[in-house]
Design a protein around this ligand. Structure first.
Ligand code: C2E
Ligand code: CA
Ligand code: CA
Ligand code: CA
Length: 278
């Protein structure tokens, strides 16, 4: 039952909820969920295909909803962006990632750089760089320990973003382009910014093992990125065949279910201690 007086819903059974009803409830609950500490981060390893060692991780947010269980970010991130809660959520992610890295290094676990996603709305805020730097300092860790993942849409309309990215990089923080190839100005963006890495979207990888033109495209993307001095991470890799093709193409890092799904911090810590995923 819902005791909350500001809406008219007396009680509901979440298992009976229709899709739109579920969305409505979740939208109402998000602010409270953030405040109550219902968000958690999962970590997905990035693997170097040559050595099959863990060389990085991406932090991905999950919402442990009291009625619905684990809610995926594809569901509530757009809601958070719409309602403006994304800043609060994003600031929590930055704090949590930096504190987690601190905990791992205090435990003497061999840490790897951890990336996290930054929404366009966060990136254009004037205090963004200060927030990131303050979190690094509070945790006592270096800029090289983190990497920001930014989608192309974040960079289109804003010149201020060019300066922001440069300021972050001056602190040793890496910046990568996420979902590369899915936006409409991908290649133009690469000339304007000096990114550290490029993440090739899953959609290109899905057919790489049986479609010649997908394979050609991915090969060319990797080649071009390397010529520009960028590292290449391919995400959404699910099969051994895909891994082998990507390794032959010189892909630097592989992220995907083939090696590991995103896992809770304790499980990721175990992977780090083992040093390898398989
Ligand atoms: P993304 O940044 O492109 O993250 C990669 C997504 O692909 C993740 O979904 C990951 O679990 C999934 N994935 C990885 N490997 C595979 C694979 O082999 N097969 C398949 N089918 N999927 C794979 P997830 O965690 O559900 O996140 C979805 C999106 O939500 C992310 O896409 C990102 O755009 C957004 N997101 C997640 N966490 C945050 C966050 O902290 N802040 C912001 N602003 N956005 C976030
Ligand atoms: Ca990402
Ligand atoms: Ca991505
Ligand atoms: Ca994506």
């Amino acid at each position: 039952a819902k005791e909350n007086g500001k809406d008219q819903w007396q009680c509901y059974d979440p298992t009976m909820a229709s899709e739109s009803y579920r969305r409505f409830i979740l939208k109402n609950d998000l602010q409270r969920g953030i405040a109550r500490g219902e968000l958690t981060l999962y970590y997905q390893p990035k693997i170097a295909p040559e050595t099959e060692q863990i060389v990085g991780a991406e932090a991905l947010v999950r919402w442990q909803h009291p009625d619905f269980g684990i809610v995926e970010p594809g569901y509530f991130i757009p809601m958070a962006e719409e309602s403006g809660l994304i800043t609060q959520l994003g600031n929590w992610v930055i704090r949590e990632v930096t504190q987690q890295i601190q905990r791992w290094s205090a435990l003497n676990v061999c840490t790897v750089p951890v990336s996290f996603n930054v929404s366009p709305k966060q990136l254009v805020q004037s205090e963004f760089v200060r927030t990131v730097v303050a979190s690094l300092e509070a945790a006592g860790i270096e800029g090289v320990c983190i990497e920001l993942e930014i989608t192309e849409s974040a960079m289109i309309h804003n010149d201020h973003v060019v300066d922001t990215i440069r300021m972050l990089q001056n602190r040793g923080i890496k910046v990568s382009v996420d979902d590369f190839g899915t936006g409409y100005s991908s290649f133009g963006q690469l000339r304007r910014h000096r990114f550290d890495a490029l993440k090739v979207d899953k959609s290109f990888v899905d057919s790489i093992a049986f479609d010649k033109s997908s394979a050609t495209l991915v090969k060319a993307m990797i080649q071009m990125a390397h010529d520009l001095g960028l590292r290449v991470i391919v995400e959404g890799v699910e099969t051994r065949e895909q891994v082998e093709i990507l390794r032959d193409y010189g892909c630097d890092e592989i992220q995907g279910y083939y090696y590991s799904r995103p896992v809770p911090p304790e499980e990721f810590e175990t992977l780090l201690r083992q040093g390898v995923t398989m």
